[in-house]
Design a protein around this ligand. Structure first.
Ligand SMILES: [Zn+2]
Length: 82
């Protein structure tokens, strides 16, 4: 379906979807699934389903180079990102 879309584009799209969902209150960050830490990253398991995420902290993160989103970046406007 998305075979012709570069992975980087898919990742950007997936992150944007997650950010919007977070801002709308559709997705709420949960404590780390591994240890319960509150400092979590969203791991998008499937870029075609950007809202299906696993919340893990940096220590429990199984694959550091996976599609992750810092929740700071998901904060509503005014967070001062960038
Ligand atoms: Zn953890």
């Amino acid at each position: 379906m998305s075979a012709s879309v570069p992975i980087a584009t898919m990742e950007r799209w997936a992150r944007k979807c997650l950010k919007i969902a977070k801002n709308c209150g559709v997705v709420e960050p949960l404590p780390c699934e591994g240890c319960g830490a509150r400092d979590v990253f969203a791991h998008q398991l499937d870029l075609n389903r950007p809202l299906i995420v696993k919340w893990l902290c940096a220590r429990c993160e199984p694959c550091p180079r996976g599609a992750t989103v810092d929740i700071a970046m998901l904060a509503p406007a005014g967070a001062g990102a960038r």
